[in-house]
Design a protein around this ligand. Structure first.
Ligand code: HEM
Ligand SMILES: Cc1cc2nc3c(=O)[nH]c(=O)nc-3n(C[C@H](O)[C@H](O)[C@H](O)COP(=O)(O)O)c2cc1C
Length: 556
């Protein structure tokens, strides 16, 4: 390594080296020097701020390859669906044939047709995406270094954000992280994390329902020592909480999902990795392994979105299994992606500002026979209960299986009868069907109409959980454990790994305090006698009135 912190073997011109030194980064190529790709470089920050700026990678990429040079004006001409080129990390890709099948929707690429898409592309896609999604020949060449440098954004003064930044020591609860994250995140990232579908009815009731449940505390019990440990999907966790699967953590912080993995190991709780993780499944497994060498704990679960192609799904399951992910969580509430209008409006506004004709988001396409509608996600609209057979076979008993997104007692019973190990009650944080019930309501419904399910299957749930007291309420009603989604995304966006660790610590503290004030010293003592469900239970559909329909609809 030379005096500038560069690994030898990389030829960096002085101008480039200076540019990167200003940004205080060192670059380490992980692949052979003769065939570098943008995804095979990693940046290590020497300063506190580990913000990975894609342009550093692309400069090296440009310098270290010898492929065809393309003029930026040539790229600019290919700016429509009929001929669509984009620049990513200094390389020019012809994505004309790929655009229509892009899993993130055609519009998201067409917005960058003829332009540099690096800044948008990088935090969303895990390493290796370009290589696996596009044929090699679609990488046409690279733009010249001079042209690339001329389009680089001005370096941001590093200290400015930090001096304004609220110190982590002043955050007292999870809502504080949300506030800090809001001030730090780009508009796009904030909207992506915080938005919910349509009128946000479900999103709002997720929070309200926890608040409508009261406690029935007992006093004068010796609660000097409290035990918070809980087994969830075979993992003996220090706390009855886990990190719920959420896509695109690198939108919030350059270390993205790695922050979550570190938090999970250091606190010994499970982390459910999303199929749409912006860090590769392998990097996360390696991170957990190396953390566990320092201190054992934590586990990775794998959240599965069933893709349109069965072979793709099977490949994902095999990969998760071979990397040692210890449970499979199949998400079942995404037959379509519900509109999150804030996201859509923002994208459309950007498109309108840049004069791009991106209207296809709302344009109905006439389908030829047998063609699937172009949903905005790569997930299967044909998923059915029978598919559990091949999903189970692909997983090959590598650990328990949960169905994530169950929202009625009838489906809970179906899952139970299908031999599923765990029912994960969720409405996707209010991001899918607006008007669907909170997990808490579904749990009450199960207790009312088919309590047997609680004996035969483990129950996990999530949605609107922000307090240790919410967790305890769920456990009183029979949940084995509780997931948190947005709070962890906000915590990592605000303070990286430190934020995640502190968020878990806050939950630990709140859980312990609630237990003491409730008069229990172990989670096993919790039961329905500790909560007052009256206000919520009376809003449920009466099981006795609808018994016939219930029994009918809980069959296939
Ligand atoms: C040009 C080459 C590109 C390739 C090869 C590519 C490939 C992919 C792939 C394979 C996925 C699916 C990830 C998964 O679920 O496993 C995806 C998702 C996505 N991509 Fe791209 N993409 C490209 C460009 C872009 C650009 C320029 C944008 C600009 C915003 C973009 C935005 C998205 C979004 C929003 C998703 C969905 C993420 C989610 O919510 O799950 N992509 N892309
Ligand atoms: C930004 C974001 C991304 C998400 N991505 C996924 C995902 O990839 N897979 C999934 O099954 N659920 C996903 N979810 C839903 C969460 O797993 C979880 O159900 C939800 O966040 C819980 O609600 P909460 O955010 O109020 O805690 C996502 C949620 C958010 C907020």
């Amino acid at each position: 390594m030379d005096s500038h912190g560069w690994i030898t073997g990389i030829k960096a011109e002085p101008a480039l080296r200076d540019a990167i030194a200003t940004d205080q980064k060192r670059v380490i190529p992980e692949a052979e020097a003769d065939s570098p790709t943008p995804d095979k470089f990693r940046l290590l920050a020497t300063g506190q701020q580990a913000s990975v700026t894609a342009f550093c990678i692309s400069q090296l990429y440009i310098l270290s390859t010898m492929s065809r040079e393309i003029d930026i004006d040539e790229v600019a001409k290919r700016n429509h669906a009929g001929e669509c080129w984009v620049i990513i990390n200094g390389f020019v890709y012809d994505v004309t044939d790929f655009v229509q099948s892009h899993p993130g929707g055609a519009a998201s690429i067409l917005q960058y047709a003829g332009k540099d898409a690096t800044e948008e592309y990088e935090p969303i896609h895990p390493p290796g995406t370009l290589e696996t999604s596009l044929p090699k020949e679609k990488c046409l060449g690279q733009v010249s270094l001079a042209q690339r440098l001329s389009t680089l954004p001005e370096p941001q003064p590093q200290g400015k954000v930090q001096t304004k930044h609220k110190p982590i020591s002043t955050c007292v609860n999870l809502f504080d992280f949300e506030e800090v994250a809001r001030s730090r995140l780009s508009t796009r990232a904030w909207i992506y994390y915080s938005s919910s579908s349509e009128d946000s009815l479900t999103f709002s009731s997720n929070r309200q329902d926890w608040q409508s449940l009261g406690f029935r505390p007992r006093v004068m019990r010796n609660v000097h020592t409290v035990r918070t440990n809980r087994a969830m999907l075979g993992h003996r966790s220090t706390l009855p909480i886990f990190i719920a699967p959420a896509a695109l953590a690198r939108l919030g912080h350059p270390d993205g999902e790695l922050c979550l993995a570190r938090g999970a190991v250091r606190w010994n709780i499970p982390y459910a990795v999303s199929t749409a993780s912006s860090t590769s499944f392998e990097d996360l497994a390696n991170c957990v392994q190396s953390e566990q060498k320092k201190q054992p704990g934590g586990t990775l679960w794998f959240q599965l979105y069933v893709k349109k192609e069965r072979s793709e799904t099977e490949a994902l399951i095999h990969q998760a299994r071979s990397l040692g992910y210890s449970a499979l969580l199949v998400t079942v509430d995404t037959a379509a992606v519900a509109p999150r209008e804030e996201d859509d409006r923002y994208k459309l506004e950007l498109a309108a500002q840049s004069g791009d004709p991106v209207t296809e988001m709302f344009t109905a396409k006439v389908l030829t026979e047998g063609e699937q509608p172009a949903y905005r996600a790569p997930y299967s609209v044909k998923l059915k209960w029978r598919d559990l057979e091949w999903i189970r076979a692909a997983w090959n008993n590598a650990g328990p299986i949960a169905l994530k997104g169950i929202a009625t007692a009838e489906d809970a019973l179906l899952a139970c009868n299908a031999g599923i190990d765990c029912i994960y009650l969720s409405n996707h944080g209010g991001r899918q069907l607006d008007g669907s019930p909170s997990a808490l309501r579904t749990l009450l419904e199960i207790r009312q109409s088919c309590p047997l399910v609680l004996e035969r299957c483990a129950i996990l749930l999530d949605g609107g959980v922000r307090r240790g007291s919410d967790v305890i309420k769920a456990l009183c009603l029979g949940a084995a454990g509780v997931g948190l989604g947005r709070p962890f995304m906000f915590a990592l966006s605000a303070y990286g790994t430190e934020g995640v660790l502190r968020a878990i610590q806050m939950m630990d503290h709140e859980i312990q305090t609630t237990m003491r004030l409730l008069g229990v010293s172990s989670l096993d003592e919790l039961g329905p006698q500790y909560v007052n469900t009256w206000a919520l239970a009376r809003t449920l559909q009466s099981y006795h009135e609808h018994k016939g329909t219930f029994l009918e609809s809980s069959k296939l």
